[in-house]
Write a protein that binds this ligand. Sequence first.
Ligand code: HEM
Length: 365
Amino acid sequence: VLKVMLPGGQFTWLITTYEDAVTVLKDQRFIKDMTKIYGSRDSHINASNLLTTNMLFSDPPDHKRLRGLVQKAFTPQLIHGMRDRIQDIANELLDEIGSRPTMNLIDEYAFPLPIIVICEILGVPSEDREKFRLWSNTIIDASNEETGKYFEQHANEFLQYLRDWFEHVREEPGTDLISQLVAAEEQGDKLTEQELFSVVALLIIAGHETTVNLIGNGMLALLEHPEQRKLLLEQPDLIQQAIEEMLRYNGPVEFSTTRWAGEDLVFKGHTFAKGDMVIVALDAADRDPAQFKDADLFDITREKSPHLAFGKGIHLCLGAPLARLEGEIAVTTLLNRYPDLQLSQEVKDLEWRSGMIVRGVKEIP
Ligand code: HEM
């Protein structure tokens, strides 16, 4: 339990050990809805509240209602039914690369694959993915000096896009998730207009910022550990364990989103005042030697690895079954097609993304 200063000068409690991380993530005295502390927000949707009226920033009972509306689309059974489609997308992306000697693993594979999938689930055109990428990169990286300058502009463009898209869906509803959410909003009692924007924005952003880094960080770990790659090629049945180890070893979400002490409380001998900010260092907890033997070792044969890459407690990642399946298909297909794949000789220092929450490299040549 550390008290640290964030780049903007605000202080936060940072939870870094596995045991403390699990306790905080499950302890509902740490709340997500900051309006309970700092007062209500503007009831009209705007750039600054675009991402804060969804399940990830709500507490019960709102949390249950908002999560329930989306949960149906992400059940393991439904996700399992998408296996063939995800496989086709992976094959098509690699067909484009064919026998070319080099590829950029992020831009040409790890990024488009999960994006095409989430766009199809939501029912938005995947051709718009570069726009979504720009908007979601800016929003997730708002504290960065460079990207922060464009926050207002990009969030407003994103908002306008969603407004136009909801209009389109009202005229021509489909069977996709956005059509279902728009219908729920129209019934009035299930979803407010602000929640509709915020839930869809969260799904687009979560879909764009996370699985890309499971595939990217995971492949990076595998390419940097040739003996592990050889093992996976020899024993393809290890793929599920390998994906869990990739999530633990190089987790795509470095820090949880913010929680707030909902009351004055004492945690592990430290006094937290009501309204104190609390962040859980998920990737640090997943390398805690008190929980994981040889924690810094990348070992795809590791059994029973209860990592925190998807969080814990009521906010446990809703997209986890989808992300796992995408990771499994993406890595298997890539390795089968290119068993000799290697990091480019030119790679010396890979450039990592600058944001606090998401952990991933910009390019893997
Ligand atoms: C929540 C990680 C993929 C949708 C979370 C949380 C984590 C996480 C750590 C909890 C954050 C917290 O408690 O502060 C990941 C990782 C992914 C991934 C590592 C990929 C490897 C996805 C995908 C979607 C998704 C593909 C769906 C499009 C969500 C949603 C929540 C969430 C809706 C909020 C759940 C709630 O508050 O009840 N994710 N995620 N995630 N994730 Fe994911």
